[in-house]
Design a protein around this ligand. Sequence first.
Ligand code: ADP
Ligand code: ASP
Ligand code: MG
Length: 419
Amino acid sequence: MQDLVLDRPIVQKYGGTSVGTLERIQNVAKRVAEQYRQGQRQIALVVSAMSGETNRLVELVSGINPHSSLRNYDMAVSAGEQVAVALMAAALEKEGLPSLGLLAYQLGIFTDSLHSKARIREIDCQRLYQCWADGIVPVVAGFQGVTENLEITTLGRGGSDTSAVALAVALNAAVCEINTDVDGFYTADPRVVPDARLVEEMDFEVALEMASLGSKVLHTRCVELGAKFHMPIIVRNTFTPNDHQRTIIMNLSTQRKLEAPVVSGVTLDRNVVRLSVTQLPARGGMIAAVFDTIAASGVNVDIIVHNKQENSDSMRIGFTIGSADLVRTRALLESWCRDQGGNISCEAAEGLAKVSVVGLGMQSHPGVASRVFSVLENEGVAIHMISTSEIKISCVVAERDGDKAARILHRAFIEEEVR
Ligand code: ADP
Ligand code: ASP
Ligand code: MG
């Protein structure tokens, strides 16, 4: 395939599966070398760890100590990218292309110090400009960052997408390509919903909502950055690159947004855990105190349900968090409950999933929520929690029902809608 040669830099990110074997790494290097020879000189590659590697590192850390400090966690789990960067640079050299692998501290990807979920503050691009001036292709480690004090951080699972878009913004690149193992952004995860369709053009707003609700094809914060800095993101297949089979994520015109379908996509998030605090005294300040405890540790709380029975002087608060945060959040809450004394206690429910429908058109179409509930309940899927916004409706269901729920909603709102 002949790639378009652009006179501005381009950033190409290759995810874990794309660099999952030596052969795949060499294939990527071949493609990059070809583009370089066609005249695309300012290419910056961002790579993730080889597939499975970050999971292996996470398991090593939790195997040695599930309560390990997040500083240790970051130091261990960021290591996968170091290997992938070096292998990619070596593969490019083999293709006759001088290359320089750069870790976050070597380039200067500065983040805050919120270990395991750090946010990028600034990227120093000097070494990249120098590489290009010297005819060298730089390969940058995704997922990792460094604080002012030279502490290693990571950006959260799936964070290499965010590294890539942040780098594209810092370089004022023409585009940020996310090369992955599917053809683009689909109306649902094609591995769960076989009838999902590729979306050719997607508005940032829809992509943001879908990513944050569990479409892991893009890390949520990469979409946030793309939207904020008007950086178009192209999602495409590393293995079968094709200019027609891909998704461009950008700001669609108001006209296009007005014509947006009621539901553009269905998402499934399997990493949902519900925590409940029970026997909480029904007096002012208690709810805030629970959530202050959690917020202080940087954990994001999602759906919140609060009940207080009439004539009762206690209440119950239930809320969901990502399963990766369970061990820490539960330990924090249990210690908070002990400090309060009385009967306050905390319980966790695992084995849940969140299924959502997303669409800009929902804003002007009442009745979507009731249809979501009826199609799920008619097919025997019990709904445990609900949350809605102007452009999404989410239901927490049993994890074993998750795939089925996604397929039912996709059929009802996307496949049947177009007939
Ligand atoms: P990479 O390693 O390249 O970053 P990921 O595994 O993080 O790849 O993301 C790609 C995966 O995202 C796909 O294999 C697919 O199963 C999943 N996915 C979830 N939702 C969607 C969606 N709406 N469109 C495309 N892929 C999706
Ligand atoms: N390797 C990291 C992970 O598995 C980052 C990424 O793949 O984007 O989460
Ligand atoms: Mg990913």
